[in-house]
Design a protein around this ligand. Structure first.
Ligand code: PMP
Length: 352
């Protein structure tokens, strides 16, 4: 720690991103990336933008991208905010909409960036335990004083999905603060809450192109919600960085929304591999939670998760394990290609 650091920085506990090792021939199933590359149309759009326009500043409002997202989700472009990955969109939402004297509610367990943003912005966090099946129970949030509610749907790292009807019940009972639904993984098995934004002015839905559209490296995320909420996010953005998305990100993201066939095909392949992986793990004796995401959450009743992760790593297969209370025996395994999933299950067969 340096004496030049501000008090705020001295008190921060930053998020530690998942490992990005550079080993060749690695089966990398630790950070929920898509095993398939982005659409060829995305690559062509980025190449064209690279050769023609990098000299110029990007559009600070990313209007083309907002129009593409709005058309895809059948909403108005004024209901869309875009940012440099959904992490940045979430950070702005914490600052603009969730920073109130009353505490912010979110599940325990959930995305580990939420407490980090609370630390950064001085927001009091109150966590709400998951139910016995590791699901979110909306009744546990209803009637509690709060300055906002946030949860991923499907939840991370469990992969469990909250039905849209439950989200609507929560919105009806909780009109006094903003409810943020973080849909990073929704395309792999959930129904988006974006269809509800015209009915609930306190609903903000956040999505990313990192997972289902294979663009984690491009850093594009967005939020959909009532114009008032979007305006608050724009105010924070324009007080921070007027050009959050560069020209390549805008061009690539627009092209991603234009290639619906590629998106559907890629998603279907991941979902099919997930089911095969899930069954393979069950046959090896794992308890696996039902997953609506591109990862599975599994524990073996007789084997230590940290030890399993270590032994997989010796075989060049990288997964996540958790050392938190209640979930310390779980592995979180990203759904890879069929070949990668088969490599994982055969390595586990040897280890067990
Ligand atoms: N929300 C959740 C629940 C996530 O797991 C992630 C990925 N780590 C994100 C948001 C952020 O994704 P990105 O910044 O790549 O859009």
């Amino acid at each position: 720690m340096s004496r030049y650091w501000s008090d705020v920085v001295q008190g921060l506990t930053p998020y530690v991103p998942g490992e990005q090792p550079k080993l060749a021939n690695l089966v990398k199933l630790n950070t929920n990336e898509n095993p398939y590359g982005p659409s060829p149309r995305v690559l062509a759009a980025i190449a064209a933008e690279t050769s023609d326009n990098l000299r110029l500043y990007p559009d600070p409002n990313a209007d083309r991208l907002k129009a593409a997202i709005a058309a895809y989700h059948q909403i108005d472009a004024s209901q869309v905010f875009v940012g440099n990955g959904s992490d940045e969109v979430l950070a702005h939402a914490f600052m603009a909409l969730l920073r109130h004297p009353a505490p912010l509610l979110f599940p325990d367990i959930s995305y580990s960036f939420y407490p980090v943003y609370c630390g950064l912005y001085g927001i009091e966090a109150v966590t709400v335990p998951l139910d016995a099946q590791f699901g979110i129970c909306v009744d546990d949030y209803i009637g509690r004083a709060n300055g906002g509610i946030i949860f991923p749907n499907p939840n991370a790292p469990t992969g469990r999905l909250l039905p849209l009807g439950d989200i609507e019940r929560l919105l009806q009972a909780n009109s006094g603060s903003v409810v943020v639904v973080d849909e990073a993984y929704v395309d792999f098995g959930g129904e988006s809450a974006i269809g509800l934004i015209n009915r609930y002015p306190n609903l903000l839905v956040v999505q990313t192109l990192s997972k289902s559209r294979s663009l984690a490296g491009l850093r594009v995320g967005f939020a959909a919600g009532h114009r008032d909420l979007i305006e608050a996010l724009e105010r924070v953005k324009n007080s921070f960085n007027s050009y959050p998305l560069d020209r390549l990100a805008i061009a690539g993201a627009v092209a991603a929304f234009e290639d619906e066939a590629y998106f559907r095909d890629c998603r279907a392949r991941v979902i099919a591999s997930r089911e095969t992986l899930l069954q393979g793990l069950q046959q090896l004796g794992f308890d696996v939670l039902p997953s609506a995401a591109n990862f599975v959450f599994a524990r073996h009743p007789q084997r230590d998760a940290a030890e399993l992760a270590r032994r997989l790593r010796e075989r060049s297969i990288i997964v996540r394990h958790f050392s938190l209370p209640r979930i310390d025996q779980f592995l979180r395994i990203t759904v890879g290609t069929d070949e990668q999933c088969a490599a994982l299950t055969s390595a586990l067969t040897e280890i067990l």
